[in-house]
Design a protein around this ligand. Structure first.
Ligand code: WTA
Length: 701
């Protein structure tokens, strides 16, 4: 009797707990129907991209692009590890995504914009119209004095004006830096400063969950923040969500702010020749969180990046020009740059752009859109899958769409959620690719090639063609496949999509991604420079990788990377706070969410007001996406004798786990006080193992 589990106890085990004990899962083969039409059907593709064929194998990717001048060298390693791809070539990303399709696909939709309000009509932008609009905006950008090499920051929502402005920049070699629209004005301002942008492009408002948000207000905060940090912004260009009408309450600043729609009147019908730019010119910056409080600007190249996202969109997402493809991500993140804009368009695809939240006004929305537009390729993140499953498990059945292929990205997906995606959303016909990659990598690192490899729930698969992962332990020894042991996943070789550097910080680039496993800092041989991704992973005997999550101090909330140090410094902007520590907590829907521990300064009484102001500070400095689940005011932080905060102990408490041996701490008693505060008097902790990313949390310091 004692060993028997009562039925209700069984059902109480959360999915997150099950996830820790993922077993080896069964395999799902792709359907014959999918295989018959797939872009990549060569069973020898991985061998063709073997390390013995490196780097020349990637010529095939470069051949998918149209060049103004051919490149001379595939890979230049002379400034290792700052790789240069396709050196000597001249190219333009805007030309490759727009102009070259006009003859054949001019009359076909490039984007279909779906506004959040369901009564508002879709906006179809055909390649011909896209060409016209990109040219006009490029002329405008030139008109305001921008030129090749300048940086421009965008703080735009999910509207067609965002890719149009990106492509206009790309036409002239202006480096765009889009800051996710949901980030706060302050977060935008610090990124403006880091990139040295003198122009900010934004939109007055946008729809989110049924509300028309006043977004222009953020631009004023952003400009003020940038100025405080030493960067002047001369111009703020404001798109109007409803052209001709101002939908924000915040006044325009004379001399600085202008409506793009007004300025465009002077550029009607203007044409701007796409500039022939060097392959290794920068295309854009994408800021991302890391171990320190300062976000880093991943700098991506024109040719290498574009070749990589073009090829992976074709082979992995299986985009054909005739398909209707919908990636339900935000262009403010790398997924949107690579797989809503550049990759699909370089393939003459039709890319759906949805303004709002997937569950607005209800969990049937995505499937209504899919049915109405005839979407046949669908791409989203585990958080959205979990949410749609929870709110409307039967909804997909009610709609007559049929996907041929689906993608999941951004977080590990639990086998349970995977199976719902497969059975219900994909109706057991669509293939699934679980694509693991990072902002820094430009495109997919590990994924199945959908027509060739069977799927395995919870595993992303082998390396993508030409990507050769390896798992190292702390000493730099290789962790063999099938050993059941986890380690740091690295990529042995460079690939065209890899970032070029961290904007303005070469040292940090080397330190973050290479220093740990590089044995010879002077080496010009790529073999000496494995790229450390920052994730824990293990490799099954069949070669498939399973990603366990970040091993640096980054919390992956609903697929968004948040640096704990950034959250902690936001807390410290509240004058009463003496110390702050942020830890990840398992969450059924979002994967991980932050919980915050703060200690107040002497003489300050703990109060709800202090807690509210900590939450507000986080929302102001970073944005609502970083809102913590709970904030605890503690008497002191658990610390080592050298004074280091033991975040690992706090993470164990927050996740209802046993804290282990704390007797070596400087203040072991405080641990029990904090435990009681968080968990209550009774011992509720389980000895259940924590997921790798949480168990190791706080080790990198
Ligand atoms: C996580 C998003 C498991 C991982 C493209 C990585 C994933 C971080 C997956 C990068 C996946 C991304 N399975 N984990 N399929 N895809 N991740 O820079 O921890 O926003 O390091 O890029 O997301 O997040 P980023």
């Amino acid at each position: 009797m004692a060993s028997k589990v009562k039925p209700q106890e069984q059902t109480e085990v959360s999915e997150a707990q099950i996830a820790v004990h993922w077993k080896e899962e069964g395999l799902y083969p792709p359907s014959e129907k999918f295989k018959a039409q797939a872009n990549m059907r060569d069973p020898h593709i991985l061998e063709k991209f073997g390390l013995d064929k490196f780097p020349d194998c990637f010529r095939e990717y470069a051949d998918m692009l149209t060049w103004f001048e051919p490149y001379r060298t595939v890979l230049d390693t002379s400034d290792a590890p700052f790789w240069k791809w396709f050196v000597g070539g001249k190219i333009n990303a805007s030309y490759n995504c727009v102009d070259r399709h006009l003859a054949k696909y001019g009359d076909k939709a490039a984007f279909i914009f779906v506004p959040e309000p369901e009564g508002e009509a879709d906006v179809v932008i055909k390649y011909q119209e896209l060409h016209t609009r990109v040219n006009e905006v490029a002329a405008l950008l030139r008109g305001v004095g921008l030129k090749t090499g300048d940086r421009v920051t965008f703080h735009m929502p999910m509207v067609p004006e965002l890719p149009i402005t990106m492509l206009a920049c790309a036409r002239l070699g202006i480096i765009h830096s889009q800051v996710f629209g949901g980030f706060s004005g302050q977060a935008c301002g610090s990124r403006i400063q880091d990139s040295g942008s003198r122009v900010l492009i934004t939109m007055d408002s946008y729809w989110r969950n049924g509300t028309l948000v006043d977004h222009k207000a953020n631009a004023d905060i952003a400009v003020r923040t940038a100025k405080e940090l030493g960067q002047d912004v001369d111009r703020v260009l404001v798109w109007q969500r409803y052209p001709g009408k101002y939908s924000a309450k915040t006044p325009m600043v004379p001399g600085r702010d202008a409506f793009v729609n007004d300025l465009l009147k002077d550029y009607k019908g203007k044409k701007v020749e796409p500039v022939a730019l060097p392959s290794e010119g920068p295309l854009f910056l994408m800021y991302s969180s890391g171990t320190t409080g300062k976000p880093k600007g991943a700098q991506h190249s024109i040719a290498g990046y574009l070749a990589y996202v073009t090829a992976t969109s074709r082979w992995i997402l299986d985009i054909h020009p005739e398909d209707v493809y919908w990636c339900m991500a935000d262009i403010g993140w790398i997924t949107g740059h690579s797989y809503i804009v550049y990759g699909p368009l370089a393939n003459a695809g039709t890319s759906v752009l949805y303004e709002g939240v997937p569950t607005f006004p209800d969990a049937g929305r995505p499937w209504r859109i899919a049915e109405r537009l005839g979407v046949n390729i669908f791409h989203t993140a585990p958080t959205a899958i979990r949410m749609l499953r929870k709110l409307g498990p039967q909804e997909p059945r009610k709609h007559k769409y049929q996907f041929k292929s689906m993608t999941t990205v951004g977080e590990p997906i639990e086998p349970e959620a995977w199976r719902w995606y497969y059975d219900e959303v994909g109706k057991r016909e669509a293939v699934i690719t679980d694509t693991w990659w990072l902002t820094e990598t430009g495109g997919f690192l590990c994924t199945t090639v959908p027509a060739l490899h069977p799927m395995k729930p919870g595993s992303c698969g082998p390396g993508a063609p030409g990507i050769h992962p390896v798992i190292y332990d702390e000493t730099g020894a290789e962790v063999p496949k099938g050993s059941g042991k986890a380690g740091n996943i690295c990529i042995r070789n460079p690939w065209p999509g890899i970032m070029q550097t961290i904007w303005g910080d070469r040292d940090r680039y080397i330190k973050t991604y290479f220093a740990k496993y590089n044995k010879n800092p002077k080496s010009k041989d790529w073999r000496d420079w494995p790229f450390m991704c920052g994730d824990g992973a293990l490799q099954a005997a069949d070669g498939y990788y399973r990603i366990l999550g970040r091993i640096d101090d980054v919390i992956n909330v609903a697929g968004h990377r948040l640096g704990t140090k950034e959250l902690e410094s936001a807390c410290l902007t509240v004058p009463e706070i003496a110390e702050a520590a942020v830890v990840p907590v398992q969450d059924e829907l979002k994967g991980r969410v932050p919980e915050v521990y703060v200690a107040v300064k002497p003489g300050v009484a703990p109060s709800q007001d202090v807690i509210d102001r900590v939450i507000k500070a986080i929302e102001d400095v970073i944005g609502k996406i970083a809102r913590p689940k709970r904030v605890y005011i503690v008497p002191d932080m658990p610390k080592t004798r050298s004074g280091k905060i033991m975040r690992r102990v706090l993470a164990a408490i927050s996740n209802r786990r046993d804290v282990g041996d704390v007797t070596t701490l400087a203040n072991p008693d405080v641990v029990e006080q904090i435990r009681t505060l968080v968990q209550g008097k009774d011992i509720v902790a389980t000895r259940e193992e924590l997921p790798e990313d949480i168990a190791k949390f706080g080790e990198v310091e």
